[in-house]
Design a protein. Sequence first.
Lengths: 491, 271
Amino acid sequence: MHHFKRLAASTAIVLCASGALAQDSITVAIQLEPPNLDPTSGAAQAIDSVLYANVFEGLTRFDADGAIIRGLAQSWDISEDGLTYTFNLAAGVTFHDGTTMDAEDVKFSLDRARAEDSTNAQKALFADIADVTVIDPLKLQVTLSKPNGMFLFNMAWGDAVIVAPESIDTIATNPIGTGPFAFANWVQGDRLELARNDSYWGAAPALETATFRFISDPTAAFAAMMAEDVDVFVGFPAPENLPQFAADPRFQVLNGNTEGETILAMNNQREPFDNPLVRRAVTHAIDRQAIIDGAMFGQGTPIGTHFAPHNPDYVDLLANSQFDPELSRSLLAEAGLADGFTTTLKLPPPSYARRGGEIIASQLRAVGIETEIANLEWAQWIEEVFTNKDFGLSIVSHTEPMDINIYANPGYYFQYDNADFRAVLDELNATTDPAGRSALLAQAQTIISEDYVNAYLFQLGVATVARAEITGLWVNQPTAAVDLTGVSWGN
Amino acid sequence: MSRNLIIGAGLTAFFTGLAALSFLWTPYDIEVLDIPNRLLTPGGVHLLGTDHFGRDILSMVMMGARTSIAVALVAVGIGMGLGVPLGLWAAARRGSLLDDVIMRGNDLVFAFPSLVIAILITAVFGPSAGNAIIAIGIFNIPVFARLTRSAALPLWERDFILAARVSGKGAARISAEHILPNIANLMVVQGTIQFSLGILAEAALSYIGLGAQPPTASWGRMLADAQTLVSIAPHVALIPGFAILLTVLGLNLLGDGLRDWLDPRIRVVRT
């Protein structure tokens, strides 16, 4: 009897243990596999999706709503003139290889990112840093060359995470960070595994291990989710299947927003799009709701300018480009193109572009603009459209947060060149006062909307499909991230 | 006439008729999207329902038949037009260096998986129906060249050819006047089979986005567009799938039936 009790008790313990074991690992699917694992040099979003907040941390970070909160910097002081930032770092932080994280590592990371030969994909984030000085191991002073109201925001990007000089040489295949999860294994083309960092300085995450899988094919994504091969799919690629998941008690569907302004880009330096009348005619020919319904099955918010509608500084400028084919035709006539014209429409792989492209082609045809559709793979799109600017029209989603500054770069692929706009952005960069910034941002949004630089279509939504028991997932994507810190099986 | 021949000819005539009719009339204009009326089930105003853009599927199938048949027809034409003369030439100069060059050249083309090369061609020169035709056509050349040569070789040993040679006809004239008529039935049968393979190849290429580009309708792309919709609107995928299946089945039955009907040896046994 006595033995039996002990046996029963130990069996119970084993059962509990195995039950707990099954509930503290998670398999997360995203669409694209990262090409390498260095967020401080690679531009691919998939790198941040896997590593941001999980493996790597910066001085500040985005929270689930896009607000800037403390990261490795626990507090900071900003001098009166807005030029000097003094950061107090968290104590007791170690990298996953056991080395200590201190102010020297922060200085190394920032200096490396802003160096002349830096390969950082977002070097502009660091452009205003004049000097980084270590005061003591937990205190650091950053001096800017001019006030920058976005500095703390910039430091939250995945491109600004803190790395160690000891592990920098192998970071692309063996990323060593300070985050709650340590990189464990990467089987290229198949999966990437993370394991809990038991010496994490902050609150320990609930999950023991996490496996990332990469599934870009919509049919395969649907099958994997339905078969419960994956527990979470962040950025589910087939919006038409979402109602089925929502109706299935095994799953939950989280519909969030992203920073992805989806636009019909027009080549501003190529005829006939160098004529603002023609660009305006294109915008009036487009029925946004038909695109959102037809291409995204209703997932998406119409936008009238290149700015995220959930941002408090967003200005509703949809009225500038209402769907009005009659007006579009008369604008074309005014531009001397009453008989219409033919142009190219180059489309990258995502369904917003491929399906949206067919709808837009049909809408443009209705006002006399014929398009030759070319479906391109991402590498071809980068080469032909983004690099060589060999296109008339293209559809793409700009997923970087606060990226209206791309309109200040005349060399950017749609080649918008307006000195007035650049002046507004220069003033914006020098302004730290929130009200002043809001006014300038509104002005910038209005200029590009009234210049009809591109046709602004909709803000890309993001759908996360997950097993119903899972809690703590991000609904929105203020930056590309699958933050597993607060994720648990809810038991 | 065999039952195969009748069923095959019937199916082929039906889809060819649909394609021909599409030049004159389709129930709806497939270039006009009607998003609010998308994914309607078959029946009602839209006989076969509508797709994810609200386009009439019957009209899409008709226009798709035109694309498939046009691509396959021209591709078979390329294969026959180049392959048959090459085969005749090789047979006329059998055993010579020229024969070797032609036939080894054919082997070279045969050695590559045809779809992979088709993907290469369309990837290099850009996806379009025209490039799909060329890609599929190139792979029809060795098929016809080989068949022609192997059918022509025994004929060259026959007495009537000898008689023609004695009367002073050159190799080219003999090939055209005596060899070709005697192998024509084989070519018709092979042409039918290649035609069905051409339709499959066009569907495969446009399925992976390398065939006819939108808004041109194509069965393969209709299938590709519909694959994520299978669980919510199965008819959108099933209809183009059946169109491909029935056309290819029809052409194969027609080819089989024609072979039985045209082959003199089999005909003799039957009668």
